[in-house]
Ligand binder design. Structure first.
Ligand code: SF4
Length: 498
């Protein structure tokens, strides 16, 4: 239920109206109060009565709410490719192009920040849905994250809430403060590890070995106290996926553990980018919501040249530069939006809070012009899913140097404003002193034909090279290289290099 603004304003600034919205930046869905003077946002606070955010917003949530709406980089209007140039066209011309394109076989590509659940429902009628997240058909979490504090043993397995579902970290910290024994098992030591009772810096092969037969003290915890397992969703976008699911299933069966998947996840029917790359030729038209073309390897981009690519975008990103038609769309602060892409299995609805910039369009508005169908009002926002089941065990890849290409707190969207971009400014390869020695690496390393500057850090497991996945060539500050340009399997977040 949507909260009301506090009776006493939280701001000392002058304002005309206070509006409550939910941040859709991740699966936490923190409530905020926006203080507006006219249409201008003058102050922003986490809602103190919100049981999830509890009065706080994280840096990326604050940046998204405050800066996307007024960003000088926002796209406006409709743009049609003519040769190497884009020309502005009218709504009528854009809709005619779209209507014609949708007569062919359509693949719809959706990211986490652009597509609402209602867009998903409308678009699956028009084509096959693909997402840049792991897709699961079982219950992604058996427990709400606000209950993490009640467990006495917590295993955090490649789960770094501070990088993705940020405010959920507080429940983990609360659990530790209340005496929980926290074990961190990960290929990088990040923020949560600072609170760990025990931490193991291991590559995923060794993590799996460790968890198949956990040490006796951990078994004792599992046998005697309420236990929770947090699994980073990136592990499910990797060749280790089936082993991870089977271990989780076994632990649940044997020790009745509760679990939460932490991070971007698709708990509704959809294909992955891996599925899409196997079927690219089958489609005539690609409808892109967000910036998913940055995962496309060069040969997949070549295939798109003979197809129609239509992109809904906030910014002139890589996908826009590879599109035939660009539609400038509204952001989740500017429209009714239902967030559904998270490992908590929760849907959150926010009302529009900020006025959309002129020349930006709601995705449902454009789709209704094509389909003549109205957006269906939704009443029930509960995810129904079956319990986790065992899956076919797949052989693990041969152990070698492993590239982990994943987000920090700064996601792709965060590259479009200086505030968040500066939190993690340059794309670099981070590896341990031992890995650098084995590889004979000093200042830079070449991966997939791209040379990255190197940072040596003891916070990365031996045999792992870590590179941020959120950079791309067209971002306004310190451009980097998109995953599709240097990964062999850019649909995965983990890839064996040798
Ligand atoms: S934790 Fe997530 S929902 Fe909360 S403010 Fe940050 S990005 Fe937004």
């Amino acid at each position: 239920m949507l909260l009301k603004p506090t009776a006493l304003p939280l701001t000392a600034k002058e304002f005309d109206e206070a509006k409550v919205g939910l941040c859709m930046g991740c699966g936490c869905g923190c409530s905020y109060i926006a203080y507006l003077k006219g249409d201008r946002l003058v102050d922003l606070y986490g809602h103190p009565a919100d049981p999830r955010g509890m009065g706080s917003l994280c840096s990326k949530g604050m940046a998204y709410v405050q800066l996307v709406n007024t960003s000088p980089f926002r796209l406006k209007g409709f743009h049609l490719r003519q040769g190497e140039e884009f020309v502005s066209v009218s709504e009528g011309d854009a809709v005619s192009f779209l209507r014609e394109a949708l007569k062919g076989r359509v693949a719809v590509l959706m990211d986490r920040q652009t597509a609402s659940y209602t867009d998903y429902l409308m678009l699956r009628e028009l084509g096959d849905i693909y997402v840049d997240a792991p897709v699961v058909d079982f219950l992604p979490s058996t427990v709400d994250f606000s209950r993490w504090k009640d467990f006495k043993f917590i295993l955090s397995w490649e789960a770094e809430p501070v990088y993705s579902e940020v405010m959920a970290s507080r429940w983990l910290v609360d659990g530790v403060e209340r005496g929980a024994y926290l074990v961190c098992l990960s290929s990088i030591h990040a923020t949560v590890c600072a609170k760990a009772s025990e931490k193991h810096l291991l590559n995923p092969w060794k993590q799996i070995e460790f968890l198949k037969e956990p040490p006796l003290p951990i078994k004792r915890f599992l046998q005697t106290v309420p236990s929770l397992v947090l699994v980073g969703t990136s592990l499910l976008a990797s060749p280790f996926k089936n082993s991870v699911i089977n271990i989780l299933y076994q632990w649940r069966k044997k020790w009745k553990v509760e679990y939460s998947l932490v991070g971007d996840l698709m708990p509704y029917p959809a294909g992955t980018l891996q599925d899409l790359f196997n079927r690219l030729e089958q489609y005539d038209t690609f409808l892109v919501l967000g910036n998913l073309l940055r995962y496309f390897p060069p040969e997949a981009l070549d295939v798109l040249k003979s197809k129609k690519v239509i992109t809904f975008s906030l910014f002139p990103n890589f996908s826009v530069h590879h599109s035939h038609l660009v539609i400038s769309c509204t952001f989740w602060t500017e429209r009714e939006f239902i967030h559904f892409r998270n490992g908590f299995g929760t849907l959150y609805r926010t009302p529009p809070v900020l006025k959309p910039p002129q020349g930006t369009f709601h995705i449902p508005y454009i789709l209704q012009l094509i389909t003549q169908k109205r957006e269906e009002p939704l009443t029930d926002l509960l995810l129904e899913a079956k319990p986790i089941e065992t899956v076919e065990e797949k052989p693990l890849p041969k152990e070698g140097i492993l590239l982990v290409c994943d987000n920090t707190l700064v996601e792709e969207l965060g590259r479009w404003n200086l505030w968040t971009h500066e939190l993690d400014k340059y794309q670099k390869a981070i590896l341990s002193p031992a890995t650098a020695k084995v590889m004979g690496v000093r200042d830079s390393v070449e991966i997939g034909g791209v040379r990255f500057p190197v940072e040596i850090s003891s916070n990365v497991a031996e045999g792992v090279i870590w590179i941020s996945s959120s950079f791309e060539e067209y971002q306004p500050y310190d451009p980097g290289v998109r995953p599709g340009a240097f990964m062999k399997n850019p649909f995965f977040r983990y890839e064996v290099l040798t």
